[in-house]
Design a protein around this ligand. Structure first.
Ligand code: 5GP
Length: 190
């Protein structure tokens, strides 16, 4: 999506070799007009999939997911990063290794809000190693819901997550796919 690629080139800031900061428009301060355009694009791509629920992960996926859900006219559910142990029976849970913080945490969603009748579209801001998406996929599969696919704002295609998730048979639609980034600049996949 040219609009997002252009914005990344204008306002994205590299941190080290493999982290892109987009906190002026995507995951701290948020450009809701841009989110609406992103939502329209995913609504077009998944138009025939009868999505009934958007699932994301706290915190930075939530803003994007809310705007996307408005396009689909369905609720948003966000997986919570769990701090209290064991509410067994009431929740689906999975473990996720954080790319940005390097530690493992549990994510949970209430069984009340996800079940076999749902057709779920996952939404997240970044795809790097694929751990966050793998966790969300496990929640969906455990619930018996149907996974329609994943909409990602920024996929760092030089990291393994995209190939990993696609090799699991999951449709991934990333609006900006970064081929390479260095101090010389950012290039996108065709
Ligand atoms: P993964 O689980 O695919 O390794 O990483 C995905 C999660 O890590 C995203 O939800 C996002 O919050 C965070 N993340 C991964 N790479 C980046 C990055 O380059 N920049 C930012 N701001 N967040 C990232």
């Amino acid at each position: 999506m040219k609009l997002l690629e252009q914005r990344i080139l204008e306002d994205g800031v590299m941190e080290g070799e493999d982290v892109l900061k987009v906190d002026s428009f995507l995951n701290h301060q948020m450009d809701v007009g841009l989110f609406a355009e992103m939502g329209k694009e995913w609504a077009r791509l998944f138009a025939d999939d009868h999505v009934t629920k958007i699932l994301t992960i706290e915190a930075s996926g939530i803003g994007i997911a809310c705007v996307v859900a408005q396009q689909f006219g369905v609720p948003v559910l966000f997986a919570k990063k769990n701090k209290t142990k064991n509410i067994a029976g009431e929740v689906y849970s999975a473990q996720v290794e954080s790319f940005t913080h390097g530690r493992v945490y549990d994510i949970i969603v209430s069984k009340k809000f996800l079940g076999p009748g749902d057709r779920v579209l996952l939404i997240d801001d970044f795809l790097a190693n694929g751990a966050a998406l793998q966790g969300l996929i496990k929640l969906v599969r455990d619930s018996g819901a149907t996974l329609v696919g994943a909409g990602i704002a920024v996929e760092k295609a030089f990291q393994p997550g995209g190939d990993l998730i696609r090799s699991m048979g999951v449709r991934v639609e990333s609006l900006a796919r970064i081929k390479a980034m260095s101090s010389k600049g950012i290039t996108f996949c065709d």
